[in-house]
Design a protein around this ligand. Structure first.
Ligand code: 5GP
Length: 210
């Protein structure tokens, strides 16, 4: 358990990953840092390069891929997304826990990568499950940003993703965002117990020497 280094957070599009993260990141004691992914998607209004994503061209994405810079990547509704090895290293060096919010296919690639390198004990993977498919559809429709055709594509993909939920360490159902966030917090506190202990000592040492 002492080796834990990384959190993978996944679940179907529209399940509420982003909203739940706001609760988690509001708690600075959890020492989480969101890993910024690279994407070929165009920025949405208010999104900032290097903060929400590294917005890159398809050519640059392909070059990074060829150079082995991604730990995983995925095509998601016509756009490429990928996690850079360098991003994870950078966050770990800051003494923080890298938190990867990625879709299910990419999440499974990371699980496979760590399994292949005999390092499964370094990651904790969490799948956020909608209370039901009906409820997920309602949430996607309420977001009001998708055409009926896209909604049915998202629902198809969601069904496929839910079928893989058991591949992950934890499945948390998002009935109520607050309850689900508390459940995820409890998982992090338990799984990263040693990390928090070590950090407490470090902070005490810093306190003594300064
Ligand atoms: P959005 O375009 O709405 O920001 O994200 C679409 C989907 O891409 C979300 O499900 C999000 O979790 C996923 N995603 C974001 N970054 C990555 C990444 O680095 N790798 C993979 N595989 N998926 C990602």
């Amino acid at each position: 358990m002492g080796k834990r280094k990384l959190i993978i957070f996944t679940g179907p599009s529209g399940v509420g990953k982003g909203t739940l993260e706001k609760y988690l990141f509001a708690n600075s004691r959890l020492k989480l840092k969101l890993s910024v992914s690279a994407t070929t998607r165009k920025p949405r209004e208010g999104e900032v390069d290097g903060v929400h994503y590294y917005f890159i061209s398809r050519d640059t994405f392909d070059a990074c891929l060829a150079d082995g810079k991604f730990i995983e990547y995925s095509l998601h509704f016509d756009n490429y997304y990928g996690t850079l090895h360098s991003e994870i290293e950078h966050i770990s060096k800051q003494g923080k826990i890298p938190f990867l919010e990625i879709e299910t296919n990419g999440a499974m690639q990371i699980v496979d990568f760590y399994k292949k390198h005999n390092k499964l004990d370094e990651i904790v993977s969490i799948f956020l499950m909608p209370p039901s498919l009906k409820e997920l559809e309602k949430r996607i429709i309420t977001r009001n940003t998708e055409s009926p055709e896209t909604i049915s594509k998202r629902m198809e993909k969601a069904k496929e993703e839910i079928g893989y939920a058991s591949m992950f360490d934890y499945v948390v159902t998002n009935n109520s965002i607050k309850v689900a966030a508390d459940e995820v917090k409890a998982i992090i506190k338990k799984e990263f117990k040693d990390f928090f202990e070590q950090n407490k000592h470090k902070t005490q040492e810093i306190g003594r020497t300064s």
